[in-house]
Design a protein around this ligand. Structure first.
Ligand code: ADP
Length: 497
């Protein structure tokens, strides 16, 4: 009985293993059993070695399984894996175990010996469940990383990219293979050495660091990003790497810029008429008498202020979708003529109205229709020289009426066309030409669309522009026209022919 387990020279490993280890002969008799096995079964090694066989320690069903399955397999294959047996301990208590056995030939005795490891099934199950849970958690995390629109990047301590999720690939236009080994700073070129030092020293002090930076897509396009860095430490407490979660914040940055632009533009536009009103009022007080022109200026500036405030309020209702039309049958020719008449009086300019049709009724909101043509006409006058003529041409086309507002003015460059109907957009070439805040066309386009119509523009720089409103004739409007929400509508600009 002095046979040594395989791995002689490492007896502690056999003895102290956290699982049961037994060495038996082919007939099942015990040669050795380790401490765990003796503890589980309450037998002493002496008792086991004095003629007990492994099958003697099994419950009846396990014994049958041992004789009919386990042993023939062991004899045939030389090993048996993951067999569930139930051992009965010295006190008659059952202990379900998972057994793995392998046949060894003992060099000294020439006998075949069987080395078996035994795991308590309950522990093993708990361990497997733990493993399964950990795996499921890892899979969940990996799904988040894979599906995330944010770039999630793992880097070495000096910022070299190690892993790169599909979000990063989409954001920077570079796949993981290409990115690996490059510095994270290559895709965040705006990070200066000082920024980088701040990040790494924060990470060294166990802090996560978030910075706003400019990212660079492979195509060269700049992206506004917010990048959060978190440290990874090794077992000895050294910084061994970092993860970065990078979010594209271009949209919110654009909104922020728009807000700044809006404030800058509206403050200027509000201040101009206010200054004029105040200036004229001071003059009145100094002179102690008024002239017609002074009062006219004050009224004009107040009107200008009133229009601007109205436009701002209307634009915000359109934006919020809180906007109603009050439609009736409207004679469109009358509305267009009235707008022309009003603006001719105010500007002293020539506005010609041409109509190829008498009877053009639309189902619409009279006040808003007047606003549409008022806006287009005042733009035509604003962006053209005083000596040039503006024409309003009304015609019918099938079930629609078309009203073209034609000027021979500054024109619009093709580059500006696609953004012309955007809120607060002003074409660079004409922004100097005349005051404005870039709301007129945004509002006009919304109002036309809310009437079931469309607005298009054709223009040539320094030659002039034609804005054409097309509206369904009464009886042809879309059924839900009355309640059509304003946010349904989008701009349609057509470039120069
Ligand atoms: P605003 O006139 O207050 O700037 P609009 O929304 O009415 O705002 O117009 C937006 C921009 O479109 C203008 O700033 C101008 O650049 C351009 N635009 C509009 N109408 C004309 C026109 N008839 N001719 C040339 N440019 C025009």
């Amino acid at each position: 009985m002095n046979a040594q387990p395989p791995g002689e020279g490492t007896p502690d490993l056999f003895e102290d293993a956290p699982c049961g280890y037994i060495l038996t002969r082919m007939d099942g008799s015990f040669v050795r059993a380790n401490r765990a096995f003796l503890e589980w079964t309450s037998y002493s090694e002496q008792e086991l070695r004095s003629g007990k066989r492994l099958q003697d320690l099994l419950t009846i069903p396990s014994k049958i399984f041992y004789e009919n399955q386990y042993f023939p397999l062991l004899a045939m294959q030389g090993s048996v894996r993951e067999v569930a047996l139930v051992i009965r301990d010295m006190h008659g208590r059952d202990l379900p175990v998972i057994v793995n056995s392998v046949r060894k030939t003992d060099v000294r005795e020439g006998d075949a010996l069987v080395l078996s490891t035994l795991f308590i099934a309950r522990d093993r199950r708990a361990y497997e469940e733990e493993l399964l849970r950990a795996r499921q958690e890892a899979e969940r995390l990996s799904t988040i990383v894979t599906m995330s629109a944010d770039a999630i990047v793992r880097c070495s301590a000096d910022g070299l990219i190690e892993t790169w999720n599909p979000g990063a690939q989409e954001m920077f236009g570079v796949d993981q293979l290409e990115a690996r080994g490059h510095s994270i700073r290559d895709v965040l070129p705006s990070l200066s050495s000082t920024d980088w030092e701040r990040i790494t020293s924060g990470l060294q002090s166990h802090e996560s660091v978030t910075v706003e930076a400019e990212g660079r897509h492979a195509s060269g396009r700049a992206i506004d990003v917010s990048a959060g860095f978190a440290p990874h430490f090794g077992p000895l407490g050294h910084l061994v790497g970092m993860s970065a979660i990078i979010r594209d914040i271009s949209e919110s940055k654009a909104v922020q810029r728009l807000q700044y632009e809006f404030l800058a533009m509206t403050s200027h536009e509000l201040r101009t008429p206010l200054t004029s009103i105040r200036g004229h009022a001071q003059l009145l007080r100094r002179q102690g008498r008024y002239t017609e022109s002074m009062v006219d200026r004050i009224i004009e500036s107040s009107d200008q202020l009133g229009h601007l405030v109205d436009d701002l309020l209307l634009a915000s209702s359109l934006e919020a979708g809180r906007f109603d039309l009050h439609p009736t049958d409207v004679d469109l020719r009358g509305v267009v003529q009235a707008a022309a008449h009003q603006l001719t009086g105010a500007s002293g300019r020539t506005i010609r109205v041409e109509s190829t049709s008498d009877d053009v009724y639309v189902w619409g909101d009279r006040f808003r229709l007047a606003q549409i043509f008022g806006n287009l006409l005042s733009n035509a006058l604003k962006y053209s020289a005083p000596e040039t003529e503006v024409v309003l041409r009304i015609s019918r086309s099938g079930s629609e009426v078309l009203v073209a507002v034609i000027d021979q003015g500054a024109g619009i460059s093709p580059d500006d066309m696609s953004r012309l109907f955007d809120r607060f957009y002003r074409a660079a070439a004409t922004a100097e030409y005349a005051p404005g805040v870039g709301l007129g066309l945004y509002i006009t386009n919304h109002l036309v669309r809310a009437h079931g119509g469309s607005l298009s523009v054709e223009s040539e720089l320094n030659r002039g522009s034609t804005f054409t409103v097309s509206l369904p004739l009464a009886g042809n409007e879309p059924a839900d026209n009355r309640d059509r929400p304003a946010e349904d509508v989008t701009a349609t600009a057509r470039g120069p022919a």
